[in-house]
Design a protein around this ligand. Structure first.
Ligand code: CMC
Length: 390
């Protein structure tokens, strides 16, 4: 009934050309503008990576200073946005709040919304990258009923985020450098991942000419699902449900994940593209050991369950045959929990970090020229029929 290529889930469809990120799923390779993620995680930082993703090259020291200073100058949000938060229930999920608030930014920053102008697109991109930590931390503070914290531009990107999350007006918040470094690394490991569901959503929304705040809000909504960014929160819920690291208990959950009549899946396992290992998960695991060591919680019960679960799954025929390995979300949740980030903020942090990837893809699409994305379908409904006479 149709003349079109049928590719549900876009397993074999390239939707665009892009020069930003390269993934070789079989080899477990992830390159941003040609640089391996492992080298970037070791030697770079999130703000430098933002520059690389946006402009295609690493910045010189002068370019870095200028770029990071510009981000610093855009961290505050319009004071009226506080009222926007106040319209939400205190117990609203922070991702629900974030979708609304980010979409609403177009109502506050409409002075540079001519998307045909590169300089205006740039201003919006900077605003989004700079304001996301402020907006994310505000979701948390609103949730727990504490005052919003203003950003501090003497701190770097991750330190500032920790300050706005955990600081309060009554006492000075001391940022632990090991924790700040781990946070920065989590941001880096989530910064971009080519045409995943949320990035494709941003491109698709952008292909209509929609403004960047609306497009990023669409991306945040797509990221929320448990098969995508929502998996980091789901991993922790799963570890809680498993409860103890005895072999027979863990085996019971592995068996559930293998049972095709049971919808349960091992959260934090599997990936559409990586069929060997997720290189981000390797770095994440190292960071996890560092953070838990620093905080003296290396014997954390959930970490023990996670490690045992990983070990048993990786030796199981089902997971071996299907090439299912831990993905980036498997260890990130354990690190975030150890840092003291509440579970309902995990996907918000993913969204914050991925904003640079989304906006870089949006800008690349507009710069390179595009047509509206308009997939076709294979129609499976009725043939034409007449409306009955009554
Ligand atoms: N637990 C148990 N079985 C699984 C899992 C899992 N986590 N993941 C895939 N499978 C099975 C799946 O049932 C299928 O089996 P069969 O061939 O017998 O039908 C086979 O492995 C192939 O999987 P698929 O569903 O065709 O793979 P997909 O590319 O459509 O989905 C995925 C990829 C990531 C959505 C899926 O692996 C999944 O739901 N994983 C759990 C959620 C998760 O961790 N998501 C985070 C992904 S990485 C970060 C991000 O993108 O945000």
């Amino acid at each position: 009934k149709g003349l079109f290529t049928y590719d549900p889930g876009f397993v074999a469809t390239a939707s665009c050309e892009s020069g930003i990120t390269y993934i070789d799923g079989a080899a477990g390779t992830l390159l941003h503008r040609g640089y391996p993620i492992e080298q970037l995680a070791e030697n770079s930082n999130y703000v430098e990576l933002c520059y690389l993703l946006m402009f295609g090259e690493l910045p010189s020291p002068e370019e870095y200073e200028k770029f990071s200073g510009t981000i610093g100058r855009h961290t505050m949000v319009h004071e009226q946005i506080v009222n926007f938060y106040k319209g939400f229930r205190r117990d609203a999920h922070p991702m629900a709040v974030l979708c609304g608030v980010v979409g609403g930014l177009a109502a506050f920053y409409h002075d540079n919304l001519d998307i045909t102008q590169a300089d205006q697109r740039h201003v919006s991109a900077i605003r989004l990258i700079a304001k996301m930590p402020t907006l994310a931390a505000m979701c948390h503070k609103y949730n727990i009923g504490q005052p919003f914290m203003y950003p501090r531009n003497d701190l770097n990107y991750s330190e500032n985020f920790l300050h706005m999350m955990f600081g309060n007006p009554c006492e000075n918040y001391e940022v632990n450098p090991v924790i700040a470094k781990a946070m920065d690394r989590i941001f880096m490991l989530h910064a971009d991942h080519e045409q995943n569901a949320s990035t494709s959503t941003v491109r698709l929304a952008g292909s209509t000419g929609a403004n960047p705040f609306a497009c990023i809000s669409a991306g945040i909504a797509a990221l929320w699902g448990p098969a995508h960014g929502g998996a980091n929160e789901a991993v922790l819920a799963m570890l809680d449900e498993i409860g103890d690291d005895s072999e027979e208990n863990i085996q019971r959950f592995i068996d559930k994940a293998k049972d095709k009549d049971d919808p349960f899946k091992l959260m934090g396992f599997g990936h559409r593209v990586y069929r060997n290992f997720d290189p981000r998960a390797k770095v994440m695991k190292e960071t996890c050991d560092e953070v838990l060591g620093e905080l003296g919680v290396g014997d954390d019960a959930q970490l023990q369950i996670a490690k045992r679960l990983e070990q048993i799954a990786l030796e199981d025929e089902y997971f071996i045959e299907r090439k299912l390995y831990p993905n980036v979300d498997f260890y990130s949740g354990i690190i975030l929990k150890a840092i003291g980030i509440p579970t309902n903020m995990f996907t918000v942090i993913f969204a914050m970090a991925r904003t640079v990837g989304w906006i870089s893809h949006w800008n690349e699409m507009i710069t390179n020229g595009y047509r509206i994305s308009r997939p076709r379908q294979l129609y499976t409904g009725y043939d034409k029929r007449d409306y009955p006479n009554k």
